[in-house]
Design a protein around this ligand. Structure first.
Ligand code: FES
Length: 98
């Protein structure tokens, strides 16, 4: 079990329990935090958010939706990312209400 802390700038705004066997996208959805999505397989980059600290595991998949610079800047793809450690996330791109 790990923890995901959501941040607004550097300020924590929420902390969620996270399981290493659940993708971040699923963890956030279960908590009622709906991210933008399209492919759900790491190809489009629409679900991206910024990892401030911690590590994720893509389990052998490649985050094709991010280029090398974006990955180096800390962007991750929650739809294919599983938490390896406690995480701090920011700049979540939420679905817009209909
Ligand atoms: S929804 Fe396409 S990369 Fe996550």
């Amino acid at each position: 079990m790990t923890e995901v802390t959501l941040q607004l700038d550097d300020t924590p705004v929420a902390t969620l329990p996270a399981h290493t066997e659940k993708s971040l996208f699923e963890t956030l959805t279960d908590a009622g935090i709906l991210l933008r999505k399209a492919c759900i397989n790491g190809a489009c980059g629409v679900c991206r958010c910024r990892l401030n600290s911690g590590a994720v595991d893509y389990r052998g998949r490649r985050p094709y939706g991010l280029n090398d610079n974006e990955q180096a800047d800390g962007w991750i793809l929650p739809c294919i990312a599983y938490p390896k450690t406690d995480l701090k996330l920011m700049l979540l791109r939420r679905q817009t209400p209909k």
